[in-house]
Design a protein around this ligand. Structure first.
Ligand SMILES: NC(=O)c1ccc[n+]([C@@H]2O[C@H](COP(=O)([O-])OP(=O)(O)OC[C@H]3O[C@@H](n4cnc5c(N)ncnc54)[C@H](OP(=O)(O)O)[C@@H]3O)[C@@H](O)[C@H]2O)c1
Length: 250
């Protein structure tokens, strides 16, 4: 029987893979045989991560740069002949009371967490459509399903990202491409440093999450392998919560 979770021969670009969840996703995809190209803005940290993942390459660029992302995809296609899997994972957070949000803060969060995903997905689709195969996976968030105070730009971006996951799936699904999202709950990464250091918040996460704890980054890997693989060939437009049950409990 063929291994429906195999990613042998697949080429994947994972954005935001210099640390945190991106590293976990890239490591998981590589463990099933994919050639992964790691993205982030800092070449030095990417080089260090790539050294630990068999066969990994890296492409340092800012996902908010309208030219750099498409150029990086073109370069991957030039070198490897294709792009099978795009994981839009890079993201930023900004926490302020509503009245202290500047327009520029809101726009910066949307640019990094939403517009960049639209742009890279459009570029990936241009490459995937003629080959009638592709997997686009967006790192959404439980904050795209439920809201919290102070993270207005993030909630807007992640809700929008879940939305375009569906609209892209609806449009290009018939060409052998699936577009899905993973919605992580609370994972212990640098993005959440402030929350992890806040004992009260950590106690709240432990109380509020049915799993009773923060997640470890590697616990996201299985969902990424599933959505990238043939096992998920008929899963399209789905938002897969990996959140210890927080989004289904009151
Ligand atoms: N951790 C959680 O609990 C959680 C929960 C729900 C959703 N998420 C989502 O999961 C994703 C990863 O989060 P994380 O917790 O792993 O965050 P993290 O530890 O802060 O890592 C963020 C990654 O994104 C990269 N990045 C940020 N801005 C970028 C840009 N403009 N261009 C290219 N790369 C950029 C960072 O690299 P450089 O700074 O070196 O460029 C880094 O590799 C994000 O989309 C986040 O919203 C996280």
């Amino acid at each position: 029987m063929t291994d429906m979770f195999s990613l042998e021969g697949r080429v994947a670009l994972v954005t935001g893979a210099s640390r945190g969840l991106g590293v976990a996703i890239a490591t998981a995809l590589a463990s099933r045989g994919a050639l992964v190209v790691l993205n982030g803005r800092d070449p030095e940290s990417l080089r260090a991560v790539a050294a630990k993942i068999p066969g990994a390459e890296y492409a340092a660029f800012d996902v908010c740069d309208a030219k750099a992302g498409p150029d990086a995809i073109a370069d991957i296609v030039k070198r490897h002949g294709k792009l099978d899997i795009l994981v839009n994972n890079a993201g930023i957070q900004h926490r302020r009371p509503l009245t202290e949000w500047e327009d520029s803060d809101f726009e910066r969060v949307l640019a990094a967490n939403l517009t960049s995903c639209f742009r890279l997905s459009r570029e990936a689709a241009r490459v995937m459509l003629p080959r009638k195969h592709g997997r686009i996976i967006n790192t959404g968030s439980v904050a795209g399903i439920l809201a919290r105070p102070t993270i207005h730009g993030y909630v807007a971006a992640k809700s929008g990202l879940h939305g375009i996951t569906r609209s892209m799936a609806a449009e290009i699904g018939r060409h052998g491409i699936t577009v899905n999202a993973i919605a992580p709950g609370y994972f212990a990464t640098e993005l959440n440093t402030a929350l992890l250091e806040d004992k009260e918040f950590t106690a709240w996460v432990e109380r509020r999450t049915p799993a009773g704890r923060w997640a470890k980054p590697e616990e996201l890997g299985g969902a990424a392998i599933f959505l990238a693989s043939d096992a998920a060939s008929y899963v399209n437009g789905h938002v897969l919560a990996v959140d210890g049950g927080i989004s289904v409990s009151l």
